[in-house]
Design a protein around this ligand. Structure first.
Ligand code: TYD
Ligand code: MG
Length: 476
């Protein structure tokens, strides 16, 4: 007996509820529940009739080695865990206009150039053929063998792909424009996005091509964002960047075939996205000479170390409540550091507006940047430039202690490679293996270890005159 029963689906998180409510029970978003009619085959959802018997196996056994095909775009391959896995589906999410279509057209073209026997297909539901061709010309890719089509009906797409031999890469741009014709809801709704993705994912598995689904991130509006697809696909990549900056970062947030904290850095140029193979050098290239409020953070993004300039500016506030403006970092984390300064070091920023910026337009998520932010703040407040030849990293705890962070050694190595002479780091316990290996390997860089935030102030404080810094210099 078929029954038509309404359900309410949240377009933010995709959860299903039986009753409408103003706020989603799971994700807390307001006004995101939409009514969907579903055809239930059995009133209580119970399956009738006998199914097939399934077989159980042990945990030990020989598994098939994952076969990967590199695209030739190093930054992209690293994020994917080494290359494309046949039959896998990758979701590429990002704000409109960030460069998703550009990136995927370049990936499809790189693939087509590498292997001329394999077919690389780009299906656009957003742009007309002419627009995509124009972009291809701009990117210098017109002569590649990428096959282009515009389509939005999933039935047409799957019929075509079903009879296409040798397809290795298929890009669907974007999932929000596709629809299956046996559902009533509009393209971009939760039900349509799910059903379209499901059909294409099954097809990719059966036919063995790698499927890319491009998806817009949406905060509000009627279209469903990539969140509701995350559990259905093998890999989720987010393409991010600050508007107005040329750098873009591709992050893996889920990967069934590789590490999740990997990232790739690109630069948006007139002729498309260029790989940034040595990000530290590029990010530091605009760094001025000794100015107060600036320091170099030895960060670590995924498997690779990255040096970034952190800039802070403090200025007397003209209003009752001081301003805290942050670009590229977490405002909550900045407030925490300011509170630790006040409570543990007797250093107050309550009469100061604080502006913090990660140069280059990248976003840092690591707590290891705490110490670099603290150093930039102190340097700006005291108007004394931070040690120009030093890098700094470490996490700050609420009692003002400096805590150890991961990948100590690779951060130091990167700093040494870029010509830094000193490193300000957390103090590691004497029995810590990473410290011993780090200090023995990094002979070219001098390490100043700190265990509390007060020690940082002693190191940078201009109060007992600049001689304090000189003493440190001399000590080294
Ligand atoms: P696009 O790939 O269309 O973004 P998305 O698919 O994520 O919406 O890229 C849009 C922006 O990129 C657009 O504002 C123009 C810029 N752009 C360049 O700067 N250089 C280029 O070579 C290309 C193709 C685009
Ligand atoms: Mg696009």
């Amino acid at each position: 007996m078929a029954m038509n029963k309404p359900q309410f689906i949240c377009r933010e998180c995709g959860i299903t509820q039986s009753k409408w409510a103003g706020q989603c029970d799971k994700c807390g978003a307001w006004n995101t529940l939409i009514e969907q009619h579903t055809n239930e085959r059995s009133p209580k959802g119970l399956t009738k009739g006998k199914g097939q018997k399934i077989e159980f196996v042990g945990l030990k056994g020989s598994e098939k080695k994952t076969y990967r095909i590199p695209t030739g775009i190093t930054e992209f391959d690293r994020v994917c865990g080494g290359g494309l896995v046949p039959g896998a589906t990758l979701l590429v999410g990002g704000d409109p206009g960030i460069g998703k279509s550009t990136l995927l057209l370049q990936v499809a073209a790189a693939f087509a150039t590498k292997d001329r026997t394999a077919r690389s297909i780009y299906i656009s539901g957003e742009e007309a053929i002419d627009q995509v061709r124009l972009r291809a010309r701009r990117l210098g890719l017109s002569d590649t063998t990428v096959e282009l089509a515009t389509a939005t009906n999933v039935r047409d797409i799957s019929t075509t792909l079903e009879s296409t031999q040798n397809a290795q890469v298929v890009v669907a741009d974007s999932i929000q424009t596709l629809y299956v014709d046996n559902l009533d809801s509009a393209p971009g709704s939760v039900a349509q996005v799910r059903a379209s993705a499901q059909e294409l994912i099954h097809l990719a598995k059966r036919k063995g091509f790698t499927l890319f689904l491009i998806s817009h991130i949406t905060k509000e509006g009627m279209i469903a964002g990539p969140k509701i697809l995350e559990h259905m696909v093998d890999t989720v990549l987010y393409f991010e960047g600050e508007r107005g900056h040329k750098f873009r970062i591709l992050r893996a947030v889920k990967n069934r075939f590789g590490a999740v904290d990997e990232n790739g850095i690109f630069e948006m140029m007139d002729i498309g996205l260029a790989e940034v193979l040595n990000p530290s050098a590029i990010f530091l290239s605009d760094r001025g000479r000794e100015i107060s409020g600036s320091c170099v953070f030895a960060g670590n993004e995924g498997s690779r170390p990255m040096l970034l300039e952190i800039q802070a500016l403090t200025a007397p506030t003209s209003f009752g409540t001081p301003r805290r403006a942050v670009v590229g970092w977490d405002t909550g984390r900045l407030n925490m550091i300011l509170a630790v300064f006040e409570a543990r070091c007797d250093l107050s920023f309550s009469t100061q507006d604080v502006y913090l910026n990660v140069a280059g337009g990248l976003r840092i998520t690591e707590p290891a940047a705490d110490l670099a932010v603290a150093a930039a703040l102190v340097s700006s407040l005291s108007n004394v430039p931070f040690l120009h030849d030093a890098i700094i990293f470490g996490e700050i705890g609420l009692s003002g202690e400096i805590r150890a962070v991961s990948r100590y050694e690779s951060r130091l190595k990167e700093a040494e490679k870029l010509g830094f002479a000193r490193a300000i780091t957390p103090r590691l316990p004497d029995n810590d293996g990473s410290r011993n290996s780090a200090t023995s390997i990094e002979k070219g860089i001098k390490v100043i270890e700190l265990s509390t935030l007060n020690e940082l102030l002693d190191l940078l404080s201009p109060k007992p005159s600049i001689s304090n810094l000189q003493t440190v210099d001399e000590q080294l």
